[in-house]
Ligand binder design. Structure first.
Ligand code: URC
Length: 291
Protein backbone atom coordinates (compact mmCIF):
# COMPACT_ATOMS: atom_id res chain seq x y z
CA UNK A 1 0.00 0.00 0.00
CA UNK A 2 0.97 3.65 -0.09
CA UNK A 3 2.29 5.46 2.97
CA UNK A 4 2.42 9.22 3.43
CA UNK A 5 6.02 9.71 4.51
CA UNK A 6 6.19 13.46 4.97
CA UNK A 7 4.20 16.52 4.10
CA UNK A 8 4.18 20.28 4.30
CA UNK A 9 2.23 22.94 2.53
CA UNK A 10 1.67 26.68 2.42
CA UNK A 11 1.94 29.66 0.09
CA UNK A 12 4.89 30.49 -2.11
CA UNK A 13 5.84 33.52 -4.17
CA UNK A 14 3.96 35.98 -1.97
CA UNK A 15 5.28 39.36 -3.05
CA UNK A 16 5.38 42.09 -0.44
CA UNK A 17 6.62 45.65 -0.39
CA UNK A 18 6.59 46.97 3.18
CA UNK A 19 7.20 50.68 3.69
CA UNK A 20 8.23 51.86 7.14
CA UNK A 21 7.68 55.61 7.44
CA UNK A 22 10.32 57.15 9.72
CA UNK A 23 8.67 60.45 8.82
CA UNK A 24 6.41 61.67 6.03
CA UNK A 25 9.41 61.91 3.68
CA UNK A 26 11.96 59.43 5.08
CA UNK A 27 11.03 55.84 4.32
CA UNK A 28 12.70 52.46 4.81
CA UNK A 29 11.58 49.54 2.67
CA UNK A 30 11.50 45.76 2.49
CA UNK A 31 10.74 44.35 -0.96
CA UNK A 32 10.56 40.59 -0.78
CA UNK A 33 9.19 37.30 -1.96
CA UNK A 34 7.95 35.12 0.86
CA UNK A 35 7.22 31.41 1.19
CA UNK A 36 5.61 29.97 4.30
CA UNK A 37 5.15 26.22 4.68
CA UNK A 38 3.42 24.51 7.59
CA UNK A 39 4.05 21.10 9.10
CA UNK A 40 1.90 19.33 11.65
CA UNK A 41 -1.11 17.10 11.99
CA UNK A 42 -2.26 17.39 8.39
CA UNK A 43 -2.22 13.78 7.27
CA UNK A 44 -6.04 13.48 7.15
CA UNK A 45 -6.36 15.87 4.24
CA UNK A 46 -3.91 13.76 2.23
CA UNK A 47 -5.27 10.38 3.33
CA UNK A 48 -9.04 10.94 3.55
CA UNK A 49 -9.74 14.39 2.16
CA UNK A 50 -10.81 15.65 5.60
CA UNK A 51 -9.78 19.30 5.43
CA UNK A 52 -10.90 20.32 8.91
CA UNK A 53 -7.38 21.13 10.08
CA UNK A 54 -6.19 22.70 6.87
CA UNK A 55 -5.38 26.37 7.29
CA UNK A 56 -5.98 27.38 3.65
CA UNK A 57 -2.95 28.58 1.76
CA UNK A 58 -5.05 31.65 1.06
CA UNK A 59 -5.17 32.32 4.81
CA UNK A 60 -1.42 31.79 4.99
CA UNK A 61 -1.02 34.45 2.30
CA UNK A 62 -3.38 36.85 4.07
CA UNK A 63 -1.48 36.31 7.32
CA UNK A 64 1.78 37.32 5.66
CA UNK A 65 0.25 40.64 4.56
CA UNK A 66 -1.54 41.22 7.87
CA UNK A 67 1.60 40.62 9.96
CA UNK A 68 3.70 42.66 7.53
CA UNK A 69 1.37 45.59 8.18
CA UNK A 70 0.81 45.09 11.89
CA UNK A 71 4.32 44.26 13.07
CA UNK A 72 7.50 46.27 13.30
CA UNK A 73 10.67 44.51 12.20
CA UNK A 74 14.17 45.63 11.34
CA UNK A 75 15.06 42.69 9.10
CA UNK A 76 13.32 39.89 7.24
CA UNK A 77 14.95 37.41 9.60
CA UNK A 78 12.91 39.07 12.38
CA UNK A 79 9.78 38.92 10.21
CA UNK A 80 10.38 35.21 9.64
CA UNK A 81 10.57 34.66 13.41
CA UNK A 82 7.29 36.61 13.82
CA UNK A 83 5.59 34.44 11.18
CA UNK A 84 6.74 31.22 12.83
CA UNK A 85 5.53 32.36 16.25
CA UNK A 86 2.14 33.33 14.84
CA UNK A 87 1.31 29.99 13.25
CA UNK A 88 2.61 27.96 16.20
CA UNK A 89 0.69 30.12 18.72
CA UNK A 90 -2.60 30.13 16.81
CA UNK A 91 -2.96 26.58 15.46
CA UNK A 92 -2.26 23.92 18.08
CA UNK A 93 -1.81 21.20 15.45
CA UNK A 94 0.97 23.12 13.63
CA UNK A 95 4.30 21.67 14.77
CA UNK A 96 6.65 23.63 12.56
CA UNK A 97 6.88 26.52 10.13
CA UNK A 98 9.44 27.30 7.49
CA UNK A 99 9.53 30.90 6.30
CA UNK A 100 11.79 31.66 3.35
CA UNK A 101 12.31 35.25 2.29
CA UNK A 102 14.10 36.55 -0.79
CA UNK A 103 14.68 40.25 -0.49
CA UNK A 104 15.46 42.56 -3.38
CA UNK A 105 18.17 44.91 -2.22
CA UNK A 106 17.42 48.58 -2.89
CA UNK A 107 19.78 51.52 -2.34
CA UNK A 108 18.78 55.13 -1.92
CA UNK A 109 19.44 57.12 -5.10
CA UNK A 110 22.08 59.83 -4.74
CA UNK A 111 20.71 63.31 -5.45
CA UNK A 112 22.58 66.57 -5.92
CA UNK A 113 22.62 68.87 -2.92
CA UNK A 114 21.49 72.32 -4.06
CA UNK A 115 23.94 73.70 -6.61
CA UNK A 116 26.98 71.90 -5.16
CA UNK A 117 28.94 69.01 -6.62
CA UNK A 118 28.05 66.78 -3.69
CA UNK A 119 25.25 64.26 -3.43
CA UNK A 120 23.24 62.77 -0.62
CA UNK A 121 21.02 59.73 -0.32
CA UNK A 122 17.40 60.45 -1.05
CA UNK A 123 14.73 59.80 1.58
CA UNK A 124 12.26 57.77 -0.47
CA UNK A 125 13.71 57.08 -3.94
CA UNK A 126 15.60 53.88 -4.47
CA UNK A 127 17.53 51.97 -7.12
CA UNK A 128 17.76 48.22 -7.13
CA UNK A 129 20.97 46.30 -6.70
CA UNK A 130 21.27 42.99 -8.47
CA UNK A 131 21.98 40.89 -5.43
CA UNK A 132 19.29 39.22 -3.34
CA UNK A 133 19.35 38.92 0.44
CA UNK A 134 17.66 35.75 1.55
CA UNK A 135 16.86 34.05 4.79
CA UNK A 136 15.19 30.90 6.01
CA UNK A 137 13.63 30.80 9.46
CA UNK A 138 12.69 27.35 10.71
CA UNK A 139 10.44 27.40 13.76
CA UNK A 140 9.55 24.23 15.63
CA UNK A 141 7.13 24.12 18.55
CA UNK A 142 8.98 24.32 21.87
CA UNK A 143 12.34 25.12 20.27
CA UNK A 144 14.22 28.29 19.41
CA UNK A 145 13.88 29.32 15.76
CA UNK A 146 16.83 28.53 13.52
CA UNK A 147 17.85 31.39 11.23
CA UNK A 148 19.96 31.01 8.10
CA UNK A 149 20.82 34.16 6.14
CA UNK A 150 22.29 34.36 2.69
CA UNK A 151 23.13 36.30 -0.40
CA UNK A 152 22.58 35.41 -4.06
CA UNK A 153 23.73 36.92 -7.29
CA UNK A 154 26.45 39.28 -6.04
CA UNK A 155 28.60 39.90 -9.12
CA UNK A 156 32.18 41.00 -8.55
CA UNK A 157 35.20 41.24 -10.81
CA UNK A 158 38.84 42.22 -10.41
CA UNK A 159 41.16 42.83 -13.34
CA UNK A 160 44.46 41.95 -11.67
CA UNK A 161 45.84 40.57 -8.38
CA UNK A 162 44.65 37.08 -9.19
CA UNK A 163 46.67 34.12 -10.40
CA UNK A 164 46.63 30.34 -10.58
CA UNK A 165 49.91 28.42 -10.45
CA UNK A 166 51.41 25.23 -9.12
CA UNK A 167 48.41 23.04 -9.90
CA UNK A 168 48.61 19.39 -10.89
CA UNK A 169 49.68 18.81 -14.46
CA UNK A 170 49.07 15.65 -16.43
CA UNK A 171 48.83 14.71 -20.08
CA UNK A 172 45.36 16.23 -20.27
CA UNK A 173 46.44 19.66 -18.97
CA UNK A 174 46.51 22.58 -21.38
CA UNK A 175 45.96 25.43 -18.89
CA UNK A 176 48.86 27.88 -18.63
CA UNK A 177 50.02 29.14 -15.26
CA UNK A 178 49.35 32.81 -14.61
CA UNK A 179 50.13 35.47 -12.02
CA UNK A 180 47.75 37.94 -13.57
CA UNK A 181 44.25 37.14 -14.71
CA UNK A 182 40.74 38.55 -14.60
CA UNK A 183 38.75 37.06 -11.73
CA UNK A 184 34.98 37.41 -11.96
CA UNK A 185 32.44 35.55 -9.88
CA UNK A 186 28.84 35.52 -8.72
CA UNK A 187 28.74 35.07 -4.97
CA UNK A 188 26.10 32.75 -3.54
CA UNK A 189 26.42 32.19 0.19
CA UNK A 190 24.52 31.33 3.30
CA UNK A 191 25.49 31.37 6.92
CA UNK A 192 24.20 30.22 10.29
CA UNK A 193 24.38 31.96 13.65
CA UNK A 194 25.45 30.85 17.10
CA UNK A 195 23.02 33.20 18.85
CA UNK A 196 19.52 34.63 18.55
CA UNK A 197 20.81 38.00 19.64
CA UNK A 198 21.80 39.22 16.20
CA UNK A 199 21.47 42.45 14.26
CA UNK A 200 20.73 40.61 11.01
CA UNK A 201 21.04 43.68 8.82
CA UNK A 202 24.47 44.45 10.25
CA UNK A 203 25.52 40.80 9.87
CA UNK A 204 24.51 40.93 6.20
CA UNK A 205 26.51 44.13 5.67
CA UNK A 206 29.52 42.63 7.45
CA UNK A 207 29.34 39.51 5.34
CA UNK A 208 29.27 41.58 2.17
CA UNK A 209 32.14 43.74 3.45
CA UNK A 210 34.21 40.61 4.10
CA UNK A 211 33.60 39.46 0.55
CA UNK A 212 34.58 42.86 -0.87
CA UNK A 213 37.65 43.30 1.33
CA UNK A 214 39.13 39.87 0.68
CA UNK A 215 38.31 40.04 -3.00
CA UNK A 216 39.71 43.52 -3.58
CA UNK A 217 42.55 43.72 -1.08
CA UNK A 218 44.10 40.23 -1.20
CA UNK A 219 46.05 38.63 -4.04
CA UNK A 220 44.08 35.51 -5.00
CA UNK A 221 46.15 32.33 -5.39
CA UNK A 222 43.00 30.43 -6.34
CA UNK A 223 39.24 30.83 -6.09
CA UNK A 224 39.45 28.17 -3.39
CA UNK A 225 41.82 30.24 -1.24
CA UNK A 226 39.72 33.38 -1.75
CA UNK A 227 36.57 31.50 -0.74
CA UNK A 228 38.14 30.32 2.50
CA UNK A 229 39.50 33.78 3.33
CA UNK A 230 36.09 35.39 2.70
CA UNK A 231 34.39 33.02 5.15
CA UNK A 232 37.16 33.44 7.73
CA UNK A 233 36.93 37.22 7.50
CA UNK A 234 33.12 37.11 7.90
CA UNK A 235 33.56 35.10 11.11
CA UNK A 236 36.14 37.60 12.36
CA UNK A 237 33.92 40.59 11.60
CA UNK A 238 30.72 39.03 12.90
CA UNK A 239 31.16 36.87 16.01
CA UNK A 240 27.62 35.47 15.69
CA UNK A 241 28.36 33.86 12.31
CA UNK A 242 29.06 30.22 13.09
CA UNK A 243 29.24 28.54 9.71
CA UNK A 244 29.43 29.77 6.13
CA UNK A 245 28.72 28.03 2.85
CA UNK A 246 30.02 29.75 -0.26
CA UNK A 247 29.59 28.92 -3.92
CA UNK A 248 31.84 30.81 -6.34
CA UNK A 249 31.73 30.18 -10.07
CA UNK A 250 34.94 31.15 -11.82
CA UNK A 251 33.52 33.22 -14.69
CA UNK A 252 36.41 33.01 -17.10
CA UNK A 253 37.54 35.94 -19.22
CA UNK A 254 40.23 34.58 -21.51
CA UNK A 255 42.78 36.61 -23.42
CA UNK A 256 42.05 36.98 -27.12
CA UNK A 257 44.46 35.12 -29.40
CA UNK A 258 46.02 38.10 -31.17
CA UNK A 259 49.02 35.93 -32.22
CA UNK A 260 46.87 34.33 -34.92
CA UNK A 261 46.65 37.78 -36.50
CA UNK A 262 50.33 38.48 -35.95
CA UNK A 263 49.38 41.22 -33.49
CA UNK A 264 50.87 41.95 -30.10
CA UNK A 265 48.70 40.94 -27.14
CA UNK A 266 48.71 43.99 -24.88
CA UNK A 267 46.76 42.16 -22.16
CA UNK A 268 43.94 44.68 -22.22
CA UNK A 269 41.29 42.88 -24.30
CA UNK A 270 39.60 39.76 -22.95
CA UNK A 271 36.82 37.42 -24.01
CA UNK A 272 34.38 36.77 -21.17
CA UNK A 273 32.76 33.35 -21.61
CA UNK A 274 29.37 32.55 -20.13
CA UNK A 275 29.97 28.81 -20.08
CA UNK A 276 31.50 26.63 -18.97
CA UNK A 277 32.62 28.17 -15.70
CA UNK A 278 34.64 26.67 -12.88
CA UNK A 279 32.56 26.12 -9.76
CA UNK A 280 34.20 26.24 -6.37
CA UNK A 281 32.22 25.52 -3.20
CA UNK A 282 33.11 25.22 0.44
CA UNK A 283 31.64 25.14 3.94
CA UNK A 284 33.69 26.73 6.69
CA UNK A 285 32.85 26.34 10.35
CA UNK A 286 34.14 28.41 13.26
CA UNK A 287 36.82 26.49 15.15
CA UNK A 288 35.28 25.41 18.49
CA UNK A 289 31.81 26.10 17.06
CA UNK A 290 29.08 26.21 19.73
CA UNK A 291 26.45 24.51 17.59
O1 URC B 1 41.25 29.42 -8.99
C1 URC B 1 41.17 28.42 -9.71
N1 URC B 1 40.90 27.19 -9.19
C2 URC B 1 40.83 26.06 -9.94
O2 URC B 1 40.58 24.95 -9.40
C3 URC B 1 41.01 26.21 -11.33
N2 URC B 1 40.98 25.32 -12.36
C4 URC B 1 41.20 26.04 -13.49
O3 URC B 1 41.23 25.55 -14.66
N3 URC B 1 41.39 27.35 -13.21
C5 URC B 1 41.26 27.49 -11.86
N4 URC B 1 41.33 28.57 -11.06
Amino acid sequence: MATLVDNRYGKARVRVLRVFRESEQKHNIFDFDCRVLLKGDFSDTYLTGDNSKVVPTDTVKNTIYILAQQETFKSLEEFGIILGKHFIANYSWVSGVEAVMKENVWRRVPVTVGTTNTTKEHDHSFQRDREVHNCTVTSNRGKAPVVVSGIDDLLIMKTTQSGFEGYNKCKYTTLKETKDRVFATVVTANWTYNSLNVDYTLAFEKFKQSVYDIFALTYSKSVQETLYLMAKKAMELCPQIEQVHLSLPNKHAFGFDFARLNLENKNVVFQPVEEPSGLIEGTIKRTNAKL
